[in-house]
Design a protein around this ligand. Structure first.
Ligand SMILES: NC(=O)c1ccc[n+]([C@@H]2O[C@H](COP(=O)([O-])OP(=O)(O)OC[C@H]3O[C@@H](n4cnc5c(N)ncnc54)[C@H](OP(=O)(O)O)[C@@H]3O)[C@@H](O)[C@H]2O)c1
Length: 319
């Protein structure tokens, strides 16, 4: 029997963007006992709910993806909620897992926890060498404390918890709400709407000089499932594509792939966020993972998915 065929898996955030792909990947790997409850069944900010979840669903493996997330705008508008929710959900999920004696706990961290001026490519050894970029520090630090908790629990209780640090994700089923979305879905939506409206320009945040790295969501899901099976160490692991791109070049790519022919106005009153982001992803080779999808292919698939979704909504409204 394969590893996943005999394990019962519970995912927090399993109905979210990344979670839905992790569920699919687990199924492909042969897992038949997968539970992805919603936050209205188990609100992980409540310790009693976290305890109840383990008691009712009895996971062998718990994959913690629940989070309160968003782009720079959402982070800036809700620093308190982003800190509290992310810290307390993780703390409760790990503590309840320890009490229940879960076999393995997999925690999704974030690149936002890295120091603002980390040398590129970001190596795991540099994780603690400074304070994160201010706009996402409350979110990044809340999640960073979960690494401390997992390492402390491993030391004191022999708790088998691992911690993975993905870069910015993108792909089908992402959040395209302009109030809370990340940069790629926001730009895709703006370009497609501007194309349809034959608008002269779109507005993009910041100066365009910051750089980012993006990981296609299916590649991230594959990494999580592989690490859950094969990685057993206390040290964090970066998950990225290794492809660094300036926001200006990203806008150009999305503009050309969406067929929007107008211009771009840079709103320089809006923040750029962290100046540079790109991970060293060599440690993930320890569990046999490397990203497969190029940014261009990933963007193509994401745009095609979003256009299809918009088309479906329009057809439903017309009926
Ligand atoms: N998206 C990225 O670019 C990115 C990058 C790096 C790391 N990550 C990490 O990857 C993970 C997944 O992110 P995502 O983008 O997939 O987020 P998402 O789509 O917003 O999904 C988050 C999930 O968290 C659940 N959740 C929220 N509050 C909860 C609560 N109080 N109790 C229980 N569950 C709760 C939600 O469940 P309901 O729908 O049932 O409410 C939702 O399904 C997060 O840990 C995030 O920090 C994401």
């Amino acid at each position: 029997m394969g590893f996943w065929e005999k394990r019962r898996v519970v995912l927090s955030g399993g109905n979210g963007f990344l979670g839905s792909f992790v569920v699919e990947r687990l199924r492909e790997a042969g897992c038949t006992e997968i539970h992805a409850p919603h936050s209205n069944e188990y609100d992980l900010r409540e310790k009693s709910d976290a305890l109840r979840l383990y008691k009712s669903l009895r996971p062998d493996v718990f994959i913690h993806l629940a989070a309160t997330v968003g782009g720079i705008g959402a982070n800036r508008a809700n620093p308190g909620r982003f800190f509290y929710d992310n810290a307390v959900m993780g703390i409760n999920a790990i503590e309840a897992g320890r009490i229940a004696g879960v076999e393995k706990f997999v925690c999704a961290g974030t690149i936002c926890s890295y120091p603002k001026f980390t040398p590129v490519p970001f190596r795991e050894e540099d994780f603690w060498n400074g304070y994160p970029e201010e706009t996402n520090a409350p979110y990044g630090l809340a999640k960073k404390m979960l690494l401390v908790q997992l390492q402390a629990y491993r030391q004191q209780y022999g708790f088998n918890g691992i911690y993975l640090t993905p870069v910015n994700l993108y792909g089908p089923r992402d959040n395209f709400d302009l109030e809370s979305s990340h940069v790629i879905p926001a730009l895709i939506r703006k370009c497609l709407e501007a194309r349809e409206a034959r608008a002269a320009e779109i507005t993009a945040w910041g100066t365009g000089s910051a750089t980012r790295e993006f990981l296609y969501v299916e590649d991230a899901a594959e990494a999580i499932v592989l690490a859950a099976e094969k990685y057993e160490k206390p040290e964090l692991v970066n998950l990225g594509s290794g492809e660094e791109i300036s926001v200006r070049d990203l806008v150009e790519s999305i503009r050309s792939l969406t067929g929007f022919q107008g211009g771009v106005r840079w709103d320089t009153f809006k923040p750029d966020g962290q100046p540079r982001r790109c991970l060293d992803t060599s440690r993930a080779a320890e569990f046999g993972w490397k990203a497969k999808t190029s940014l261009r292919d990933g963007l193509r698939k994401t745009i095609a998915w979003y256009e299809d979704e918009v088309g479906k909504k329009l057809r439903t409204r017309a009926v």
